[in-house]
Design a protein around this ligand. Structure first.
Ligand SMILES: Nc1ncnc2c1ncn2[C@@H]1O[C@H](COP(=O)(O)OP(=O)(O)OP(=O)(O)O)[C@@H](O)[C@H]1O
Ligand SMILES: [Mg+2]
Length: 388
């Protein structure tokens, strides 16, 4: 596959140095360069329409950022990585607003540039030739027992049942149990096995380490020992999620309660974070803290969704109260249905299969429908037969 790469630096020496730090480009990569001023870079982007730009610059001023922005608007398929000594949050926001995809701090340290480069190449590949850029959805419990695992695993099944290719990743590294919710089989491999062989991480290796649990649905299990959990590095998590995005329509993340460095690397790639809670005060209290933390981590409010689980009519606290207290609209209410949910979990069967008419199944199907509307690729015919 041919790839157009543009390198930019302020001087020929800096450019030579930059090219040495990047992975070796093979014959299929056409490399162009721009030197000196940001206007030269902007011109090269508009003229050459590269797939990827790697630029090393001093902090950019407003007018320079505007030039970068209009060049990236003119060439929307271009991904840009900026190497920058300036890392203040204000600067990062301005740079990202201009359309830069990644900012790598300089002086460069342990493989950050290589990782960013790899991510952006994968993105380019995924966008090409009908490749996939899967949608990453994360489920985060406001408090233990909110229902994140139940909802993420069962939504994964609902999406798969609609013909979407779905990967579920159990990122509750110390206490993960997602595989149990979908199958009685014990996973042969876990995310720790992948993380231990970081240098081999490629799509084939990742997929072969997952457990298929239903048509279109496969699960990457969490480690089964505390040592295993310790082996899972943030870099491995980032790479695994990024690989899966290139291979599946949806990547669902079942997160633990603690957001650590590995969790952040996964959340960074999520288009939506579903915070699950129940309608009692302690859940709302913790959801508030979690929202504050997520905002501090730089996630935009519109990426954060609140899901009320175990919703019951006539409850003392309502979703409107949650909205008032958290300042975020409740995106979804999943009804309470203890017996049907407990039965499904105890038997490792998705509720859509064990109790398709249950209100919880209906709510999950509705959400799956919202996320992957039918019609584009499938129509319902007489007697519910699907016509492809
Ligand atoms: N909609 C529901 N109706 C009734 N019970 C439910 C519902 N959703 C979840 N539960 C119950 O809540 C329990 C906890 O759910 P789950 O394990 O998914 O929570 P979690 O947020 O993943 O918790 P943890 O913090 O342990 O990972 C389940 O075992 C199930 O019995
Ligand atoms: Mg859980």
């Amino acid at each position: 596959m041919s790839l157009k790469l543009t390198l930019f630096a302020s001087s020929p020496e800096a450019l030579a140095e930059l090219s040495l730090k990047l992975p070796h480009a093979d014959d299929s990569t056409a490399v162009s360069s721009a030197l000196g001023s940001v206007s030269a870079l902007a011109l090269e982007i508009e003229r050459g329409r590269p797939d990827l730009v790697v630029a090393q610059t001093a902090p950019l001023g407003d007018s320079e950022l505007r030039q970068v922005e209009s060049a990236l608007i003119a060439s929307p398929a271009t991904s840009m990585i900026l190497l920058s000594p300036e890392r203040s949050p204000e600067y990062l926001i301005r740079v990202m607003r201009a359309g830069v995809r990644e900012v790598v701090p300089t002086p460069l340290t342990n493989g950050e540039l290589t990782a960013a480069y790899g991510r952006q190449i994968e993105r380019v590949l995924a966008q090409r030739g009908g490749g996939r850029v899967g949608r990453v959805l994360a489920f985060l419990p406001a408090k233990g027992g909110s229902g994140s695992t139940f909802l993420s695993t069962n939504l994964a099944y609902a999406l798969a049942a609609r013909g979407q290719r779905v990967a579920l990743v159990d990122l509750n590294l110390h206490f993960g149990d997602a595989a149990l919710f979908l199958s009685e089989a014990k996973p042969a491999q876990t995310i720790a096995d992948l993380a231990r062989e970081a240098s081999r991480l490629d799509p084939t290796f990742v997929e072969s380490s997952m457990m298929p649990v239903a048509p279109n649905l496969t699960v990457l299990a969490s480690p089964d020992t505390p040592e295993g959990a310790m082996d899972v590095t943030p870099e491995a998590v980032e790479r695994i999620v990024s690989i899966l995005r290139g291979r599946f329509d949806f990547v669902l993340l079942d997160m633990g309660r603690i957001i650590d460095a590995a969790g952040v690397r996964a959340l960074d790639q999520a288009e939506a974070v579903y915070i699950t809670l129940q309608l009692t005060l302690p859940f709302i209290h913790d959801a508030k803290r979690l929202l504050t933390l997520l905002e501090k981590l730089g996630y935009a409010r519109d990426k954060l969704h609140v899901v009320v689980n175990r919703w019951e009519k006539g409850g003392e606290i309502t979703s409107a109260d949650v909205h008032r207290s958290l300042g975020v609209t409740v995106d979804l209410e999943i009804p309470n249905s203890f017996a049907a949910v407990a039965h499904a979990i105890n038997h490792g069967i998705p509720i859509l299969k064990s109790a398709p008419k249950d209100a919880v199944s209906k709510a999950l199907r509705k959400l799956a429908d919202r996320l992957a509307p039918a019609g584009a690729e499938e129509r319902r015919g007489w007697f519910g037969l699907s016509i492809r």
